[in-house]
Design a binder for this molecule. Structure first.
Ligand code: GRF
Length: 204
């Protein structure tokens, strides 16, 4: 499976995916990393692992659509089959969505449909929920609204801060994102309407 990754920052999820692929656990290859931020630490990770990378500056484009047309064309030129949003801090627009229907995956640091958008962990702490977690989902035109693939839950402690909860959730992100990609690479995800069927799924 040929993968393209979009990232804006640290890239710890990107790293977790690289590690699982290098360990032979996902039948996939990362063809390209595209960043919208020239200082993204994800670039260092790509360099270290011999993954081609490209900075595409949103400011170079007249419109969001033109920016996403450029990203789409770069991904298509590498024959990418699955696009991974690994901390990509933008809403994906039509030119990219149309080229990859149910072939763009995102990770969100909350149990969707609760707490979509920015700062999912802070939203959970502020609301006072007792359980939160993370969600891997296919991307549609909404904000964190596409079909859910995998979720994992963590407790929220009464004295948790945004940081302490984020750290607990991140550990699980690094497990379920590669897991979702593995299921996709094995051809085991079938989208039916807004639901995702997992073929031959065994409870963990
Ligand atoms: C993660 O919390 C992820 O859930 C959110 O953005 C953050 C990215 O972290 N979408 P990293 O760049 O993968 O370390």
């Amino acid at each position: 499976l040929k993968i393209g990754v979009l990232a804006s920052g640290r890239g710890s999820n990107f790293q977790a995916i690289i590690d699982e692929i290098e360990a032979g656990k996902i039948p996939a290859k990362i063809e390209i990393l595209i960043v919208d931020n020239p200082n993204a630490y994800a670039i260092e990770r790509a360099k270290k692992h011999g993954i081609p990378y490209l900075f595409i500056n949103p400011k170079d484009f007249q419109s969001k659509e033109a920016f996403y047309e450029k990203i789409r064309d770069e991904l298509l030129s590498k024959d990418v089959e699955l696009v991974i949003l690994a901390g990509f801090m933008r809403i994906v627009k039509k030119p990219l969505l149309d080229a990859f229907p149910n072939r763009i995956m995102n990770i969100h640091p909350a149990l969707l449909p609760s707490f979509p958008g920015l700062h999912g962990q802070k939203q959970a702490v502020d609301y006072g929920v007792r359980i939160s977690g993370c969600t891997v989902h296919f991307v549609d035109e909404g904000v964190d609204s596409g079909p859910i693939i995998i979720q994992a839950a963590v407790p929220v402690h009464p004295d948790d801060t945004e940081d302490s909860l984020s750290e607990r959730i991140l550990k699980l992100e690094h497990k379920i994102f590669p897991e979702a990609i593995r299921l996709f690479a094995e051809g085991r995800l079938k989208v039916e309407g807004r639901k995702v069927k997992i073929l031959n799924y065994k409870l963990p």
